[in-house]
Design a protein. Structure first.
Length: 191
């Protein structure tokens, strides 16, 4: 059972993560759009290898999406002690992509394409990054205290962060199933 202080600390990292994701979304929405179709944009060129691997209604796609997203949240969590750069970068970039795509498509299509799996995927990113921020901040706290000749036990921060990371993996698996089987149906892609 968590103490009130531990819960407050978790909520702080979750709030920071939500804020970073929203900043990325706002940046994605406000970045100037061109009249060039999305399929001809430089962003699409970056994403095209992933788009080609996406095959709706195939379980291999579920595993591909889950592996890709698990790698992303794994980087956010396990590399967070490197000055907290990875969880921050992953939140802002994923927020940017979501905002950019949502603002580049007609609103009804954007909602149908992003919302079904996004209600699981975005909270998963937030939780994993919050866990990474908790763990990374604990490591930084330990280093600072060691320099000052004091001790700090980082294992508690790691355990709290790991719990959030594991929850995020469950959410990502659900999101991958929905993105493979439900989202294509909702946007009108017939099996």
């Amino acid at each position: 059972m968590q103490s009130g202080k531990e819960a407050k600390g978790i909520y702080k990292y979750i709030a920071i993560s939500i804020g970073l994701l929203v900043v990325g979304m706002v940046l994605g929405v406000v970045v100037p759009k061109t009249e060039t179709p999305l399929s001809e944009s430089p962003l699409f060129e970056i994403l095209s290898p992933y788009v080609e691997m996406y095959k709706p209604y195939e379980f291999a796609t579920v595993m591909f999406l889950f592996a890709k997203n698990s790698l992303t949240v794994g980087l956010a969590f396990f590399l967070s002690p490197l000055l907290l750069i990875f969880p921050i970068m992953i939140l802002v970039l994923n927020g940017f992509m979501t905002g950019f795509i949502a603002s580049a498509l007609p609103i009804d299509l954007a909602l149908r394409a992003l919302a079904p799996h996004g209600i699981f995927e975005l909270p998963a990113l937030v939780l994993a990054a919050a866990g990474g921020l908790c763990f990374g901040a604990g490591v930084i706290r330990k280093i600072v205290r060691r320099i000052r000749g004091k001790e700090y036990e980082v294992s508690k921060d790691f355990k709290i962060g790991l719990r959030l990371f594991v929850i995020s993996l469950v959410l990502l698996f659900v999101a991958a199933i929905i993105e493979t089987y439900v989202t294509p149906f909702i946007v009108g892609y017939a099996p």
